[in-house]
Write a protein that binds this ligand. Structure first.
Ligand code: 13P
Ligand code: SF4
Length: 302
């Protein structure tokens, strides 16, 4: 079977079986071409909530499929690859959050969406990289516990200096491994390029950026900009997607190390087997976990 034949089969089967395919932007381009919606974490939440299909297939990582299940408890939700987790989502456990709550009584806990469903049950509000600044700014409290990404937390703190954020030493291993020296080097190699960076990167990297935003915001910025060259400081799949969408512009990876092994696990073949009915993992969460975790997600979507 060729790639195009496999894609045609996926499209035929998803229509026949009423399956909605949601793909995070870090998925490969052959998966983008069969997806019903591609987006960042916030966009995927909104699409999962709006989907009318019987089955939602999440091509991404586990916390995204869990979020879709929480938002659509009556649907069948499949994760494209059972081993596609997110190391950041699993860095804390409930006891650690309860200990922070005990240390800062009455202080709201804001959880990055990249957390497990279990963690969300003891948090107050979810945010994504595109909604974090606005939502933290809008909270009544002057003090906020922000988990688990201290780089995103530091970026939010820089944008909302009137609040005090209590941060945890967690983060995305893919984005956090990029150093300020690599950013300097990329700028020296491509002096005419604008540098667009994800807020999961270290402060020494975001400080050098021309734009800081979520995956979708980075793509929108690059497409709209009059500039001709861009250094992309997020998962390297975005370099290829942008190059395909804007062939007249040039896109460079900030670092060859910006690769998320978990996002890379899902192949077009996995998607094919998911729609055939013999692949992926059906997400199962108990009703109480879904009820408690949903408060946090609903507070964000409101
Ligand atoms: P966004 O999709 O919100 O940009 O987050 C990036 C990410 O690392 C997802 O796992
Ligand atoms: Fe998790 Fe980072 Fe991979 Fe996103 S890029 S799934 S935050 S490890």
């Amino acid at each position: 079977m060729t790639t195009a034949q496999m894609q045609q089969e996926i499209i035929r089967l998803k229509q026949e079986k009423d399956i909605c395919i949601l793909a995070h932007a870090y998925q490969s381009h052959d998966i983008w071409e069969v997806a019903d919606f591609i987006g960042d974490s916030f966009g995927l939440c909104k699409q999962a909530a709006a989907s009318t299909a019987k089955t939602v297939l999440m091509c991404g990582v586990r916390f995204m499929a869990e979020t879709a299940k929480i938002l659509c408890p009556d649907k069948r939700v499949l994760l494209s690859h059972p081993e596609a987790g997110c190391p950041m989502a699993e860095q804390m456990d409930k006891d650690m959050i309860l200990a922070m709550k005990a240390k800062f009584p009455g202080v709201p806990v804001v959880a990055y969406i990249n957390t497990t469903a279990e963690l969300k049950t003891v948090c107050d509000l979810c945010v994504t990289s595109s909604s974090a600044v606005g939502l933290v700014r809008s909270l009544d409290s002057d003090r906020i516990i922000f988990i688990p990404d201290c780089n995103l937390g530091a970026f939010v703190q820089s944008q909302v200096p009137e609040k005090q954020l209590e941060l945890f030493h967690g983060g995305c291993p893919t984005h956090a491994r990029i150093t300020a020296a690599e950013a300097e080097h990329a700028k020296s190699v491509h002096p005419a390029a604008l540098m667009l960076v994800h807020p999961e990167c270290q402060p020494g990297v975001t400080a050098q950026a021309d734009f800081v935003g979520s995956t979708t915001e980075i793509m929108a910025f690059a497409k709209k900009s009059d500039a001709e060259e861009f250094i992309i400081g997020t998962e390297n799949s975005i370099v290829q997607h942008l190059q395909i969408e804007c062939p007249e512009k040039r896109f460079y990876a900030l670092s060859k190390h910006l690769v998320c092994e978990n996002m890379k696990l899902t192949t077009l073949g996995d998607v094919y087997h998911c729609v055939l009915g013999d692949g992926g993992e059906e997400i199962a969460l108990d009703a109480e976990t879904m009820r408690l975790a949903r408060r946090c997600i609903d507070n964000m979507l409101k």
